[in-house]
Design a protein around this ligand. Structure first.
Ligand code: FAD
Length: 443
């Protein structure tokens, strides 16, 4: 195994930056290929949206972020930084514990500057294909093209390893709505939502119950006539929300008709102008060719050992940032440390057979406990266990107890759909908890 590898990192979002830093620290030769003009991925806000509001057209120009203008983080900043580079408040910045998205972008730029990552990144460079060199596992051919010019020449380069960090929040997942083919109203996925203004005076039906559905329903309700949230989540309280003058909650949509009527499973109905899908995203790696070794099935990307290595292609192909929920920055950082150590031979992977058997055991456990396949990469409730496992691989001590407790508290508040919880966060309490455990903060 090469001790120092030539590595192509695809994407300069959180995952790509974390990977670049760890690989570079470990002495590997890193090139980050990023199709946008700047770093930050999701956190690089763009007021433009896809040409097609449902993002169904495979030929559309995909806008590389799903941020809406009003977005604030859904995690407190204490668990949004990196382990050795916290997301601290700055004097003239957004002082809130759950800051606006601009503050996160600022933080990522500081991070890149602090570790001189910018010079590793080739901006406006889109990877169009990455595949193994014929007959070799440890040589990858990466084809990229300068963005902005369709006629730009494809550049072919050879690397020892490819690290996929292209994110998974730009390819919308839609749900079936019976009768939708006859419905004549407007339809949009949250990927293409930026500001509430276009929905002024409208009756909007919004499908979903995650963080985006929560935020967008409140945002749109500031200008819309009515907002109706439809969800398949169990045990929701049906009816008007007490603390809002124009938001209702319903069971899932039963059907819609050509007159614009939307009928819910709870028996109620409205005439709507817009159906808004806050229904999540799909994994999508259009540029990776593995001849069927890595597949996507019902949002399960597999087989991946610990969400990172496909056993048959390890360690030369890896995926950083696949997990959903949990603490994405720290998770990507720890996965990257593990990857960097594996590539330099400091950490050893099990055999292919052992990795496969571990993956099968995980799938089997999901089945036995009734967890649907599409949740394969959802970390909770095991997010801390997973991060501690990664830490152990690189010889670092486990996370401080407060990290897991803070995450769980925040997840619980978000799940309870309590308005204003971000501004009611008890900073003094958490500062004291963190201070009491400070002696064992790890680097
Ligand atoms: P991305 O940020 O998507 O970065 C991927 C990068 O790869 C992009 O820069 C893209 O341009 C590039 N790329 C893609 N394809 C190619 C290609 N073919 N060639 C070259 N470059 C390519 N996380 C939190 O921790 N806290 C939050 O509060 C939070 N809120 C969120 C709110 C929303 C609406 C969304 C969508 C996500 C949120 N997340 C949040 C999750 C967030 O996505 C992660 O924090 C993190 O940004 C993921 O980083 P990533 O690098 O994996 O992906």
């Amino acid at each position: 195994m090469a001790l120092l590898a030539r590595v192509a990192v695809i994407g300069a979002g959180v995952a790509g930056l974390a990977a670049a830093r760890e690989l570079h620290r470990e002495g590997h030769r890193v090139v980050v290929l990023e199709k946008r003009h700047s770093l930050g991925g999701t956190w690089l806000y763009n007021s433009r949206v896809d040409s097609d509001p449902l993002s169904l057209d495979p030929a559309r120009a995909v806008v590389g972020t799903s941020l809406y203008h009003s977005l604030r983080t859904n995690l407190p900043r204490q668990i949004m930084g990196f382990l050795d580079y916290p997301f601290a408040k700055r004097i003239h910045g957004d002082q809130r514990t759950f800051p606006g998205h601009e503050e996160v972008l600022w933080f990522l730029n500081e991070f890149a500057d602090e570790f001189q990552l910018r010079e590793l990144i080739r901006f406006c460079t889109e990877v169009v294909r990455a595949e193994r060199a014929e007959g070799r596992n440890d040589e990858w051919v990466v084809e990229s093209r300068s963005r902005g010019s369709e006629s730009a020449k494809v550049v072919r380069e050879v690397y020892d390893a490819v690290v996929v960090c292209n994110g998974h929040y730009t390819e919308p997942h839609l749900v079936e709505v019976p009768g939708i083919e006859k419905w004549r109203g407007y339809q949009i996925h949250s990927h293409n939502y930026r500001i509430p203004k276009p929905f002024t005076g409208q009756v909007v039906v919004l499908i979903g119950f995650g963080p985006s559905a929560f935020d967008i329903s409140r945002d749109v309700a500031t200008v819309a006539k009515e907002v109706h949230i439809a969800t398949r989540a169990p045990n929701v309280t049906v009816g008007k929300l007490d603390n809002h003058k124009n938001i209702w909650q319903h069971e899932m949509i039963e059907f819609v008709d050509e007159d614009g009527k939307v009928v819910f499973q709870d028996g109620s109905s409205v005439h709507a102008d817009t159906i808004f899908y806050c229904t999540g995203y799909k994994y999508h790696f259009p540029f990776i060719e593995t001849n069927g070794i890595v597949t996507i099935d019902d949002n399960r990307v597999g087989p991946l050992y610990k969400h990172v290595f496909p056993p048959r292609l390890a360690p030369w192909l890896s995926f950083i940032g696949m997990p959903k929920q949990g603490t994405p920055f720290m998770t990507a950082e720890l996965q990257s440390k593990w990857l960097a150590h594996v590539l330099s031979g400091k950490a050893l992977l099990p055999t292919k057979e052992e990795m496969m058997s571990d993956i099968e055991k995980y799938y089997h456990h999901m089945e036995e406990t009734g967890v649907p396949k599409r949740f394969t990469h959802v970390l909770p409730p095991n997010e801390i266990e997973y991060m501690n496992w990664l830490l152990a691989q690189v010889g670092m001590p486990p996370l401080k107890e407060w990290t897991g407790r803070m995450y769980k508290e925040c997840a619980m508040l978000a799940k309870a759909k309590r308005d204003g919880y971000k501004d009611q966060w008890d900073d003094d309490y958490w500062d004291a908890v963190i201070a009491s455990q400070v002696d064992s903060i790890i680097f």
